[in-house]
Design a protein around this ligand. Structure first.
Ligand code: ADP
Length: 530
């Protein structure tokens, strides 16, 4: 506290003031004089006082009146005031004094020691109050700063999220075009030397895509943005789907790929099937990547059960290169690879296992690894699920696994990007689908009014009218069979919020761009009218 406490001495008689000043001269305080009530009121407007010493009898405005006016100012409500008076008619003065909030009465002549003692008491109280006020002020400022920092952090996280979602869209769209153009080129009988270049193109673009997906996922987990769904799914079917999706890769490398689910594991369980797939795809993908001979085996067992809660253990083992013991502890860290030659030889970012571990742990599970160089690795995931009441699910439209011909299906592709239009159209035409293209939502609605289709593939971000609004318009059409058509969103966004939005707007499903041809096929095929 830098300023000295101030005491206001109010008395019409200067010699009285001088006496008080003399008595208090040893105190470390600033004394301010007022020779009338008016002057005193003026001072209280301009200064903050620790104490007021108020003479009662003064010509014009007396001490009581002065104090009443001083108290009108709310900031002076608690200002300590001591009346100093020569006449001491106890009852009368006391009552009046207490009404105006006096803290004490002192009669003249003053007894110096007593007087100094009382004044010192109030000065100390004032000092303490100031210290407390400063403390409160500091806390308020710190709180304010914290709030500001929190708001800034929130804003930054939001901006990051927006940036990621925009970038994911912006980057995935052209990548979609590159990957799929490469696939198309390969199917058009290129010369052998061209084929090699196309392979490199495809491999690099797919790698880049993988990297972007990983980074997106990682930052989502990092931002605590990840939410898990609890849906019923058939674990054996899920395993089978993953097995099939890696079949080609395993066959190419001439390694065996086997999935086993033990009998005790229920058919239908509740959990986040999409995240489980992601976990398995990472682990099986790695196992195949780092194995050149032998086999990759995925075994699922029931570890324990407690009422409806079950714990599954899924072991992904391979007979690959293995991981050196001193690196075993680090493989789950982000951007870590077991050896620096790994990137050169196998590609990858070192994010896959970091994401996998987080996905497992955030769902209450755990993951561990055992490995021996040259012999292979075993990644074991233990995760809780809920046992469903059902022993099977209605045949899931999207899971129908028999191949249907798409020939003759009439599909409207709503897409503003020319390259994407061309790619989707080319694939669809390969399957002998009749394709009609609309460049934006508005045209799509118009076309839906006048033509007959079996299905619509709808991009979401488009000029004129976006995919959401176009879907709403189509769903509102009266007396038009197109109003109930399956509408599948083509989206570059992997964010869960966007996925939910798709269904709220009445769409039937979604395909995340860039899609691979078989994904496109499997999303469309179930809607075929059989
Ligand atoms: P990456 O994208 O590099 O595969 P991961 O986080 O998935 O990133 O894996 C980190 C590292 O762990 C890999 O680079 C590799 O060195 C090692 N690794 C992971 N799985 C296996 C496996 N099945 N066999 C041998 N090494 C593995």
């Amino acid at each position: 506290m830098s300023l000295r406490p101030k005491i206001l001495i109010v008395d019409d008689n200067i010699s009285n003031i001088l006496v008080i000043e003399e008595v208090l001269s040893d105190l470390d305080v600033e004394l301010i004089r007022a020779k009338s009530g008016k002057e005193a009121i003026e001072h209280t407007k301009n200064h903050e006082f620790a104490l007021v010493l108020m003479d009662v009898q003064m010509p014009g405005m007396d001490g009581f009146e002065t104090v009443e006016i001083i108290r009108e100012d709310k900031t002076n409500l608690l200002l300590p005031i001591i009346y100093i008076t020569a006449i001491y008619n106890e009852n009368y003065y006391r009552t009046k004094g207490i009404k105006t909030g006096a803290v004490d009465f002192i009669t003249k002549p003053l007894i110096p020691d007593l007087f100094i003692g009382k004044v010192t008491l109030f000065v100390n109280l004032y000092k303490q109050r100031i210290i407390l006020e400063e403390e409160v002020q500091k806390r308020k400022e710190a709180e304010e700063e914290m709030k500001l920092a929190r708001d800034e952090a929130r804003e930054a996280a939001r901006a990051k999220q927006l940036f990621l979602s925009t970038m994911s869209h912006e980057i995935r769209t052209p990548l979609n075009a590159i990957v799929n153009t490469a696939k198309l080129l390969k199917e058009e009988n290129p010369r052998p030397d061209q084929k090699e270049d196309i392979d490199i193109l495809e491999f690099s673009a797919e790698n880049l895509l993988h990297l972007i997906n990983d980074i997106l996922d990682f930052s989502k987990i990092d931002a605590g943005k990840i939410e898990f769904e609890a849906i019923e799914f058939e674990i054996r079917k899920l395993m089978n789907g993953i097995l099939q999706s890696f079949d080609y890769q395993a066959t190419q490398k001439e390694i065996a790929l086997e999935f086993k689910v033990s009998q005790e594991v229920p058919d239908v369980i509740v959990g986040d099937s999409a995240r489980l797939s992601q976990i398995l795809i990472n682990l099986v993908g790695n196992a195949i990547k780092f194995t050149d001979h032998g086999k990759v085996l995925v075994e699922t067992d029931l570890l324990s059960e407690n009422g409806k809660e079950i714990k599954l253990v899924i072991r992904v083992s391979d007979t690959g290169i293995g991981i050196p013991e001193d690196k075993l502890n680090f493989v789950f860290e982000s951007f870590t690879q077991a050896s620096s030659s790994t990137t050169r030889k196998y590609g990858g970012t070192g994010l896959g296992l970091a994401i996998t571990q987080k996905l497992v742990e955030l769902q209450g599970g755990s993951i561990e690894v055992k490995s021996e160089v040259g012999k292979g690795s075993i990644f074991s995931v233990t995760m809780p699920f809920i046992r469903s009441e059902k022993d099977h699910l209605e045949e899931d439209m999207l899971m129908k696994s028999t191949f249907h011909s798409l020939a003759g299906l009439r599909v409207m592709v709503v897409e503003d990007n020319l390259v994407n239009q061309k790619i989707v159209t080319k694939f669809l035409m390969k399957w002998e689908v009749t394709v009609d293209v609309a460049e934006n939502g508005k045209i799509a609605v118009e076309k839906a009014r006048n033509n007959v289709y079996d299905l619509i593939l709808m991009d979401l971000h488009m000029p004129e009218m976006n995919g959401y609004d176009a879907t709403l318009e189509i769903r509102k059409m009266e007396n038009n069979p197109n109003k109930d058509l399956p509408i599948i969103a083509l989206t570059a966004s992997a964010f869960i919020e966007d996925r939910e939005k798709i269904y709220t707007y009445g769409m039937s499903g979604y395909i995340i761009k860039p899609f691979n041809p078989s994904e496109l096929y499997w999303k469309i095929a179930p809607f075929l009218r059989t």
